[in-house]
Design a protein around this ligand. Structure first.
Ligand code: CTP
Length: 405
């Protein structure tokens, strides 16, 4: 996946927690991706991991004291604060969270955070009971009020053998929050509804009709929209993919369930992108028990599923509400796309060539033709995540020349 961190100054504040060693891995990744990663360590952080570790990983001075003058050529704490693209505090201890919540400036990290106007991301990690204590929860609420992003810890077995929330969040999630903090949030205010994956139409408890959709394109769209500041709902058919960070996912199985979820969620949506590969047909009868072979090969009668996009396209839309469809085609791409654009009353359709191995189902790349009422835009072969961004670029340019009121 593309990085996007290069050239940014990501100041990492490390506090006293056993999870500090995990952050060494994060810092190493960021440094490899050519971000500058100055590390600030609190006194107790240095009990768990040495400044030398971070200095070796980043090639930068590590900041441990407000008054130290040993960093010749290093930034002062005020420079650190001013130069930072973003502050990432991880692991954030209960003590540092309390300091920041009350605006203290009694160590280098809290002082630098007060002096910065860059986004601040706080990743708590501590014992479950410390985390759940009212005092810590109140402090975290205060940090949210101050505009800091708090990335909730995960639940699990802790180093101290307690079980519950308090484990430092995984890098995959932090990376998403970092991305969102570094890029311009040009989809802020948008409520994006994405559908993804196949549907499954049961024959009996063991068998179903489905298709080869992996959900990769839809998940990439949901992820891209979140990173660009949108509120995102993902209605997904069965897929092995993890829910993208920050996205509300609704899992469905059949076309009927997807129809129901999309109609409900469309009420609040400003943009619907319908990339799911919905089964057009379902078995007329769903057998309650497994069909046995001793009875001979059964005839499989199929009936039509609702065309969700067509039904949505027919509805009266709110001002500014956009509907974007996909078309999976193996021939006459543009002609088929235009036909579906009109018939389903869409603002845009993305035509997908499913005949190649580097495009369409299961592939990590895609080559789309985007059709609007008056324009045809051919995208080159791109990763699905770049393709997703290009779709939103075109949407912004064509339909959102002035911000949503
Ligand atoms: N779609 C839908 N509900 C269906 C079938 C399709 O909402 N029952 C949506 C898909 O999510 C996609 C678009 O319609 O955005 C086009 O899907 P596609 O399978 O390419 O087209 P169909 O409408 O099924 O047309 P055809 O069978 O003629 O190719």
């Amino acid at each position: 996946m593309g990085t996007g961190f290069a050239g940014n100054i990501i100041v990492v504040g490390v506090c006293g927690s056993i999870a500090a060693f995990k952050v060494a891995g994060w810092v190493s990744t960021l440094a490899k991706e050519e971000a500058r990663v100055p590390v600030v360590m609190t006194d107790s952080a240095q009990k768990f991991i040495t400044p030398l570790t971070f200095a070796a990983l980043t090639g930068e001075s590590v900041y441990t004291s407000m008054f130290a003058d040993e960093h010749s050529g290093a930034m002062s704490h005020i420079e650190l604060a001013q130069e930072a693209s973003v502050f990432l505090i991880a692991p954030a201890s209960a003590q540092t969270i309390a300091r920041l919540a009350h605006g203290f400036a009694d160590d280098l990290l809290s002082t630098a955070v007060l002096a910065t106007r860059a986004p601040v991301i706080v990743c708590p990690a501590m014992n479950t009971r410390m985390y759940q204590h009212r005092a810590t929860q109140d402090n975290l609420s205060r940090l949210r009020q101050l505009g800091y992003t708090v990335v909730d810890p995960e639940s699990g077995l802790m180093a101290c053998k307690d079980e519950g929330p308090g484990r430092l969040v995984e890098w995959e999630s932090v990376q998403e929050v970092l991305w969102r903090s570094l890029r311009s949030l040009d989809l802020q205010g948008e409520q994006v509804l994405v559908t993804a994956g196949p549907t499954r139409e049961p024959i009996d408890p063991a068998r179903f009709i489905s298709n080869r959709s992996s959900g990769k394109m839809g998940y990439a769209l949901a992820r891209a929209a979140y990173r660009r500041g949108a509120d995102v709902v993902l209605v997904s058919g069965p897929s092995t993919l993890n829910c993208p960070y920050g996205v509300r996912r609704i899992m469905v199985e059949t076309a009927a369930e997807m129809f129901e979820a999309v109609c409900r969620e469309f009420e609040k949506a400003t943009i619907l992108v319908k990339s799911a590969a919905v089964s057009d047909f379902r078995p007329a009868v769903q057998h309650e028990h497994k069909v046995k072979k001793k009875n001979g090969a059964p005839a499989l009668e199929l009936v039509r599923n609702p065309d969700i996009l067509y039904e949505i396209g027919r509805k009266k839309r709110k001002p500014g509400q956009l509907v974007i469809g996909f078309a999976a085609e193996s021939e006459n791409l543009e002609m088929e796309g235009k036909r579906k654009l009109q018939r389903k009353n869409l603002d845009m359709i993305a035509v997908n060539d499913i005949s190649g191995s580097d495009t369409g189902f299961e592939a990590d790349t895609n080559r789309l033709i985007l059709l609007t009422g008056d324009e045809t835009i051919e995208l080159p072969l791109l990763s699905k995540s770049e393709t997703a961004d290009r779709i939103f670029d075109v949407l912004k340019e064509k339909f959102r020349s002035s911000p949503l009121s």
